[in-house]
Every structure is written in C-alpha cells, then in structure tokens.
Design a protein around this ligand. Structure first.
Ligand SMILES: NC(=O)c1ccc[n+]([C@@H]2O[C@H](COP(=O)([O-])OP(=O)(O)OC[C@H]3O[C@@H](n4cnc5c(N)ncnc54)[C@H](O)[C@@H]3O)[C@@H](O)[C@H]2O)c1
Length: 187
C-alpha cells in the first residue's frame, strides 16, 4: 500500500518505543491516526506531536487529525470501543499496526503467582489481544469495503527461541501462524 495523506491508521502501543516511531512516521505522511496505549501521559504527548505533523497536510479539518485512546489492549470491550471511535471519526480503517507487546520479568517455571501479572498477562497482550485487534481490523476494513494492511509486530524471538523468555518467544511464534492464515484466507 502506498502511504498517502487521508488514509487512517490505528497503532496499539503507540505511546513509546517502536510504536511511537511508527506513529510519527505515519503522521509525516499525512495519515490520520488513533494511538492506543494504557500509558496516558506518553500517549497524549505522542498524539500531540503527531497531530502537528498531520496538520501540515490538511487545512480546516472538522475532526482531530490524531486521537489518543487510553486502553488496555487485553480488555476486549475497551479495544472494540477504540476501533468504533476510530471508524466513527475517520470513516474507515486503512492500516492497523499491533505493536503493544511485553516480555516476562521472571521465568514462568519459577513464578509462584497465577501469572496474571506476568506470563499469563504476556500471553494476553502479545497474542490474545493481537487476535482481537486483527479481527476488529478485518471487520472494519470489510465494512468499509476497502483493502487494508494489518501489521502484527513480531520478533526474531518468534523464529529463534529465546531461552531466557520462552513465553515471549511462544507468543511471537504464534503470530507467524496468524500471519500466514490471514494472508491467504481473508478477502
Ligand atoms: N525493542 C526491541 O528490541 C524489540 C525487538 C523485537 C520485537 N519487538 C516488539 O516490538 C513491539 C514494541 O516493542 P518496544 O520495545 O517498542 O516496547 P516499549 O515497551 O518501548 O513500548 C510498548 C508500548 O506498549 C504499551 N503497552 C504495553 N502493554 C499494553 C497493554 N496491555 N495495553 C496497551 N498498551 C500496552 C506500553 O505502554 C508502551 O507504550 C513489541 O511487540 C515487542 O515485542 C521489540
């Protein structure tokens, strides 16, 4: 897909790191963006920077060029509401980048907790939420009857097992299967 002003994108995990860089790169092409992240302060800062860039391409907009939505991607209802808000604001969805991702701080086999703040949470962020987001993005693109692009940010750890963090490796490895399925099966 050729990046051009007027397209719209959702970026999860867009408040920091790679997600932030992607938000700013899209903004420098005049693309309207919804930044989704649970980090409110950083998310608002990135959205504000990106809005200045997008505004260079458009005059007298009747809607915000970039919006930030505070959302934990593991909350399926919050995530669906964010996609709805994006579609209502920008009339469709052209690009979805699922970038929110985390590693686990402690090996799962040494973890005495139920994992809800460690390995289980990593599975939910890196994999379950990416499935949710991919489904929502496909639905939005099909509804708008426009082809789109979905990028699920993986890692070499998904191809070459990371011994220090097998849960992270596993979740990133699952993403490759998801990619192959959607690439050949969704129209
Ligand atoms: N940094 C690397 O070296 C590297 C290498 C390969 C792959 N990756 C992948 O790239 C992606 C981004 O990595 P990064 O290093 O830029 O990370 P980062 O920690 O700098 O940024 C991740 C962002 O995601 C957000 N986030 C985390 N959990 C969330 C949740 N539940 N809901 C909403 N937002 C959430 C964080 O608030 C943060 O803003 C991840 O998927 C990671 O696995 C990173």
């Amino acid at each position: 897909m050729e990046l051009r002003p007027g397209l719209s994108a959702i970026v999860t995990g867009g408040a920091a790191g790679i997600g932030q860089a992607l938000v700013l790169a899209l903004a420098q092409n005049g693309i309207f963006i919804t930044v989704i992240d649970f980090s409110e302060e950083k998310g608002k800062q990135v959205a504000s920077l990106a809005a200045k860039e997008v505004s260079k391409f458009h005059t007298e907009l009747q809607f915000p060029p970039v919006i930030f939505i505070k959302c934990d991607v593991t909350d399926a209802n919050e995530l669906a509401a964010a996609f709805k808000k994006h579609a209502e604001t920008y009339g469709g969805l052209d690009i979805c980048i699922n970038c929110a991702g985390i590693s686990t701080a402690i090996p799962f086999y040494n973890d005495q907790t139920d994992g809800s703040r460690s390995w289980r949470h990593a599975v939910n962020v890196n994999f379950v939420a990416v499935i949710d987001s991919t489904r929502l993005a496909i639905g939005a693109m099909q509804e708008a009857k426009r082809p789109g692009v979905i990028i699920n940010v993986g890692s070499s750890a998904g191809l070459y097992p990371l011994i220090a963090d097998p849960i992270y490796s596993g979740t990133k490895g699952y993403l490759y299967s998801l990619l192959l399925y959607t690439q050949y099966s969704v129209h």
